[in-house]
Design a protein around this ligand. Structure first.
Ligand SMILES: [Zn+2]
Length: 70
């Protein structure tokens, strides 16, 4: 598992190449080729991950826009 904040293929769980991330693809090339079904476990994990990240982004934005008044 990479910690580079990568997006994984929701069918086989491998990290998506940079080119596919830009297209917000859910599956890697191989899985798209064979039209592999999405793995709900991976999908759930990816959802949690994105949710967590968007919350972190929100916090970061908030603290950047509203620096501590003290
Ligand atoms: Zn795949």
């Amino acid at each position: 598992m990479s910690d580079r904040g990568g997006i994984i293929c929701l069918a086989c769980g491998t990290e998506l190449p940079e080119s596919l991330r830009w297209t917000a693809s859910l599956r890697c090339h191989s899985c798209r080729e064979v039209n592999a079904p999405l793995n709900t476990d991976f999908a759930r994990w990816e959802r949690e991950f994105r949710l967590m990240r968007s919350r972190l982004e929100g916090l970061r934005t908030y603290s950047a826009e509203a620096p501590t008044a003290a």
